[in-house]
Design a protein around this ligand. Sequence first.
Ligand code: ADP
Ligand code: MG
Length: 338
Amino acid sequence: MVEKSVANLGEFGVIHDIFAPIQPKNGEGVQLGIGDDAAALSVPRTQDLLATTDTMVEGIHFNSDADPYLLGQKALAVNLSDIAAMGGMPRWFLLSLAVPNRTSQSWMEEFARGVKAASENHQVALVGGDTVRSNAKIVITVQLLGLIGQQRAVARSGAQVGDKLFLSGTLGDSAFGLAHMLGKLPVGSADDVSFLSRRHDLPEPRITLGMAIQDAALAHACIDLSDGLVADLNHICEASKVSAVVDVEKLPFSDSAKRVMDQHGSSALELALTGGEDYELLFAFAPGAAEEVAKIADQVGVSLVEIGEITKAEGKPTVTIQQQGQAMNLAQSGWTHF
Ligand code: ADP
Ligand code: MG
């Protein structure tokens, strides 16, 4: 049997048969969803609208043989992480797909099943999108809209000298999972491979944590780690015109990541620091906030540990990673596209 492709279904078949059914029946605040020229959404008077978008390109962000069910979830998760970093509540999203003719109907259905799973998990409503043909590669773009109290968005620019840096979850798992998959970093046990790959394939956006911290007005600055700790901390430093020091000894690592670093030494540590796609939240808090921060992390059930502090920038903002008090020399700071 020849497998059906999206070309057999046609643009409107794809929209009506595969994506329109994902739309919740009574999405909150959705006046008009899929099917018109634009969605109409009700933004409460007391809230600001958060808007973010992320694109994933076949061959750049994912392999051609990547599991479409996981990809569908990840496309949403990376955007949810951006809203989490602002301290907001994610609400509505648009999905734009450029796919070549050869794309199978079953790929599209699995992808949509992943999108649906993530959207139900995090209670966000699909309200529109775009479906077009591409020449060769699959390109997936999600635009996510969220809500936050007026002027409550947690920016990158508020970090102050003396602030303590805190990181959620664990660092480096995703980079190790990817490096293993690419054959660049052999990982010893099958259990570690499965844990690390999952952290790469399926990031867990820290929405509840971001909102709880924002609600308590605790963070001076926040960013989610997509490009790697060093690069993303550098974004905070540049925006806040400060420098930062991180102690390697304080960094939170999973047991699997620890075993990888035991096996591969400093090159693995460097990868954990710069690899990216952790989708953890990095905060700057006033020194006195630690106790309240710990309480919130406990309530939310996400670990949040102190990893360093904000210092005065002497000239250009810098990020120093120190090991036993000695500044490390990193060959690369993080992921950039160009
Ligand atoms: P227009 O030509 O007016 O831009 P389209 O014909 O492209 O509209 O899309 C028809 C409707 O289907 C719109 O409401 C659009 O938001 C929605 N839509 C298109 N592609 C998708 C998709 N992949 N997922 C969800 N909704 C989609
Ligand atoms: Mg139109």
